[in-house]
Design a protein around this ligand. Structure first.
Ligand SMILES: [Zn+2]
Length: 227
């Protein structure tokens, strides 16, 4: 009888070894699981006029747009030559690596310091984590870092749909998509109403909507806006 027990025990040991091996391979596959990149991001680009800070966001479709605001804080400004310029990055869904076109658009009515109203570069990127993404194109390598969450203070909601409501929010204005005519209402938290920001956000949203048509993507019902 005792020898039988030994056999059973060694079988159990073998089973445990197999489980441990399986564990190893399954943790490897969870490491390559896409990161959650939806939210607000920022990056700095160095130029001949100095470093330019871009603020923007990545939505649930992976569409992103970054904007160079004029004033970054008290006494802190972006180089004038780049104010109002926007970067559209490739689709970033959290899968790594990724690649695609990145386009820098000059602010409406201006030209880029390098000439022309837009410049498209092929780019490659790596999603490092939920809060870090690197992107390389012929202008250099940029590190995107996740920006302070807006906690839903600022958003645009598609007009006429009832799923999403912002009862306590202040309506800042309505933006109509040039392509399909859908309308989005920009809302601010009443405590943080900022008319200048709403104008910038409308400008940003207009480009995001156009970008979505270009990429054949549906508009979301709710779009989180950059600060
Ligand atoms: Zn549209």
């Amino acid at each position: 009888m005792p020898p039988r027990i030994v056999t059973v025990t060694s079988l159990v040991c073998l089973a445990l070894v197999c489980t441990a091996t399986n564990c190893g391979s399954s943790s490897q596959s969870s490491a390559s699981k896409p990161s959650d990149v939806v939210g607000n991001w920022q990056f700095t680009s160095s130029t001949n006029s100095g470093s330019v800070l871009y603020l923007g966001g990545i939505d649930s479709q992976g569409t992103s747009l970054f904007f160079a605001p004029g004033v970054l804080g008290v006494g802190v400004v972006n180089p004038t030559a780049f104010v109002g310029d926007t970067w559209a990055l490739p689709i970033i869904t959290g899968a790594s690596p990724f690649s695609g076109a990145s386009t820098l658009y000059a602010a409406t009515g201006t030209q880029l310091p390098s000439g022309g109203t837009s410049q498209t570069l092929s780019s490659q990127g790596t999603v490092i984590s939920d809060s870090s993404v690197t992107l390389t194109n012929s202008s250099g390598t940029f590190t995107l870092t996740s920006a302070t969450p807006l906690t839903g203070a600022v958003k645009a909601i598609k007009k006429g749909q009832t799923e999403e409501r912002a009862p306590d929010f202040t309506e800042m204005g309505t933006l109509r998509c040039d392509t399909c005519g859908e309308e989005f209402i920009v809302f601010h938290d009443p405590a943080l109403v900022d008319r200048a920001a709403a104008v910038r956000q409308a400008d940003w949203l207009e480009k995001v909507l156009a970008e979505e048509h270009e990429r054949d993507r549906k508009h979301s019902d709710r779009i989180q806006l950059p600060d």
